[in-house]
Structure formats: structure tokens, C-alpha cells
Design a protein around this ligand. Sequence first.
Ligand code: BG6
Length: 495
Amino acid sequence: MVSRVIPVEPFDLVVFGGTGDLARRKILPALFRRFRAGQIGPDARIIGAARSELEDAEYRDFAAEAITEAGYDAGCDDDASEMLSRFLSMVAYVTLDARGDTGWDDLETLIGGPHPEATAERRVRAFYFSVGPGLFGDLAERLHDHGLSDAESRIVVEKPFGRDLASARELNLVLARHFDETQIYRIDHYLGKETVQNLMAVRFGNMLFEPLWNSQYVDHIQITVAEDVGVGGRGGYYDRSGAMRDMMQNHLMQLLCLIAMEPPAKFDPDAVRDEKLKVIRALDPVTPGDVVRGQYTGSDGRPGYREEVGDPESTTESFVALKARISNWRWAGTPFYMRTGKRLRERASEIAVVFKDTPHSIFGVEGGDHRNILTIKLQPNEGIELGVTIKEPGPGGMRLVDVPLDMTFAEALGPDSADFPDAYERLIMDVIRGNQTLFMRGDEVEAAWAWTDPVIEDWQTGGEPPLGYETGSAGPDDALMLMHRDGRRWRDIKA
Ligand code: BG6
């Protein structure tokens, strides 16, 4: 039961950084899947742009390999290879220098130069900045100089959107010189995940939860994004970022916003983003005692973080756990515990809403302690589970037991649901459709940095190294203590 595909209008999509890792792993495979699903028609054009000198045919080979690597061509299936060659016929390449003049005239010619005023021929033009933020300004400037920044143009920018508030502000200013906020699509791929959107559907499409969604009924909320992989080949980038910048400031912060925000009046971009922004602005500063950072150590022949990044002195955190407090009427008194890290026990991400105890147990001691927990599982097995307390079957006393009301999407919605679009598929289609709801607005990004900056500054001035944690563990012991001392405990990290 996967929803009907509504084709998008013809478009031109230029991928700057077209030979890069993101284009290969995500963007090109995502476009192919949408083409194969019938959402992208044969009139679309996909243009890779990068510094390497390649012919169109060579870039098509690169695209074909990327799609095959992603497993989206389904090998020897005739239909798939026919689809692949039709898709590749829409792909072209321009050798281009973001900082120089090389290639810009070619690009202009390829996509037809500035749109003539008042014509029915205007196609959507999307420019995907799949490059480091240092090039955003140059690209925006050149698009403008070549008359390509008109009302039909959209730019897509990847994280990291800056490395602190000052640099994010600077980037926002640079882009705003030539593009209106309505044309800027800042990607946080977590917002494109199926279950993340389902979080909004569950909250605002049901009467059941919203009346209980506040500090009167919710004891606390846990957000865990655990990865079992290490930094791998991305050590250079990661070592300059760390878990706080790489994950907490964006992905976990977005999850926090969606779980905590007030119901927007409409499901439209600014209504949703206004509410998210209010959450970030209502966050209390994190006190130093409420944050724990860690770095994985090697074990069982697997390298530790420092070995992986090749710096025996590195003090970059590969794990962070913290307690956040939202000072508003809905959430005052309900803490939000958030943690994320690499080389943890398993790849498992979830949000758990832990409800309070019943005010009085009529079952006495025999009944035991039970709590309702609503778990939104983001990955790997997407679904929603509600833990409810029932009587343990059988004769004898009134013993209670917790059982899950489990709605794993793959089971509840049928086998096709395993074929949900990848986050990038959905987000790129939203760019073409001009729907910014699942993209971050400039003020949101700045507010998120304003909250994380002091924590990072504190680490830098404090000089304390991160705490070691074993590969395959749940992070440093202090992270467990963060909850224990409040009389609470983290849920197990398990898929
Ligand atoms: C990226 C981070 O944004 O998200 C990576 O830069 C991280 O470090 C990745 O591994 C996790 O994404 P996902 O979709 O695999 O949970």
C-alpha cells in the first residue's frame, strides 16, 4: 500500500558536485527511482557539473554505476535496464569551475540561458549545491551573473550549514543576496524519512494522543540516534565537526522540534516552521552537568576513533548525550534526553514518549510498576509501538504485564511498504514541486546553532577530553548516569 505517484512538471536539475560522494550514493540513485516510479517524466534534464573533465558519456557511466551500486537497477531485469538507458538519455555533464569562468557559458547554453519574461515556457530549474559551504557564495553569485537566478530557480543546500551561528548567518546572507528565502531548500534528510513525517501524522491526525501530549502526562522523552558504523572514510570532515555539529544540531534537533511543537494551523511550510522555531527558542541553555561527550576506543581488532581519523590527540566527540529542557507551558518539567553516537551497539533510532505512572495503583504491590511508552521507531524497522499494561493471562492473582501494540509499517501496510521512497527521493521531488515544508528555514538553522554553540565553546575552553567508550557499547557510563541520577533509564539500543 504505497501512495499513488503524482508526476512532477518537467524540470532541469543541475547537480554541482555531480561527481561527488553524495551525488553517487544518494542523488543519482534517488532520481532514477523516481523516474522508474513514473514521477519524473522523460522531459526532465539532469546535469552533473564538476571540475573533472568528462564527456556526457563518461558521466552517464558514472551515473549508471551509482545506480547499480545502490542496487536500484535490479541487475539483469530487462525492464530495469531499459529504464536505465532511458533515464541516462536525460543525463548530461558540464565541466565547470565554481570559482572561475570555465563552463558557465556551456551551462547557460545547455539549460537555455535566462528565461524570457512572461512566457509559458518557464521550466523549474533546481541547482543542487552538493559541495562544501565554502562554495555556496560563488555558485549563487555566478548563477546570478548568468541570469539563472530567476523566479523559477531553486537552490538546494546540504548540511553542514555552517559550523556555528556566525558562519550560518554569513551563509544565509550570502545566499540571500541572489535568492529569496522561498527559493532556498536547506536539506536535513531526517525530515524526509517516512517515520519522521509519520510523527506529524500520528500527533495531528489522531485525537488520542494530543490531549496527553504535555508535562501533565508525559514523564520524559528519549531521542536516540545510534549508529554502529564508525567515521570510516569521512574522518577528515568528521574530526572537524563531531557528533554535536554533525547530528545533534540538525537531525536530533529537528526530531525534538516535531515531537514538541504546537499543532500548526496548517500543514504548510511557514506554519510548520514557525512552530518548530518556537520550540528551539524555548530551549533552556544546556548546563555543563547535563551533557556528556564520548569518543569510541578500539576493541576486538577494530580501530578506535583516533586511529580512524589518524590523530592520536583528537578530542572530537563521536558521541553526545544531553538533557534538554523546554521552557513553555506544555513542556516545563518534562525533560528531553537525547543521545547520538557512532560505533554503538546497533544501528537503532527511535523516539520514546514515556508517560507518567497512574496516580494510584489499585492493584497494589503485586501489580508492579508499569508505564505506557509510545515509541516511534525511525530505523531500521520503521514503525510505531504503544506499550500498554494488561493482565498477565492465567488464573491466580492480578499480575500485570506490558505488551506492545505494534505497528511495524512493513507488516501493517503490506510488502510494498518496504519500498518506501528514500528520504532523498521525497525531498528532491518536494524541491521540484516547490514545497518547503520539510526543509529548514534560515532562522531555524541559526536558532539551532545559537543553542549548540555554548556547549561546544564550553568544551573548547574546558579542555577536558571526551570520555572513552567501547565499540559496541551504549556510550560512556556517564551518559547512563545522566538519566540514573534523575531516577530514569535509557531504553536499550536495539533494532
Ligand atoms: C549524516 C551524518 O547527516 O547522517 C552522518 O553526516 C550520519 O555522520 C548520517 O552517519 C546518518 O544518516 P542515516 O540516514 O543513515 O541515519
